[in-house]
Design a protein. Structure first.
Length: 120
């Protein structure tokens, strides 16, 4: 599963918003409350896990699921984003704002290439 490194701020006055790090990110926790870091997979009601479990589990899909931890996703503060230089907006490799139009603008900011965040 991949998460966004940057997301677009809401547009103001009809101007497309800048790219910024998200304030929160998703983390998975075991039933005992400890954080889990690794592969995950989801069991829906159409494909339940052991004992009819619906939700997230540790590991890749397939194989024996009996001893795999059940996981709960939670939104946590994204406070690991660090920089030696504080910037108000995201820049492309040439130093130009990703949201400025014209020279140096990145194709990343074109609406047809963006997908909506399905959330969690």
């Amino acid at each position: 599963m991949y998460e966004k490194c940057l997301e677009r701020k809401p547009a103001t006055d009809g101007v497309t918003g800048d790219f910024i790090p998200p304030q929160n990110k998703r983390a998975f926790f075991r039933e005992d409350g400890t954080i889990y870091s690794g592969k995950t997979h989801y069991h829906s009601s159409l494909n339940p896990g052991p004992d009819g479990y619906v939700g997230w589990m540790a590991g890749a899909p397939g194989g024996d699921m009996a001893d795999r931890p059940r996981l709960t996703p939670r939104a946590i503060p994204n406070d690991k984003v660090t920089s030696n230089v504080y910037m108000e907006r995201a820049l492309n490799p040439t130093g130009m704002s990703l949201t400025e139009q014209g020279a140096g603008a990145s194709a990343v900011n074109t609406p047809e290439l963006e997908k909506s965040d399905p959330g969690f």
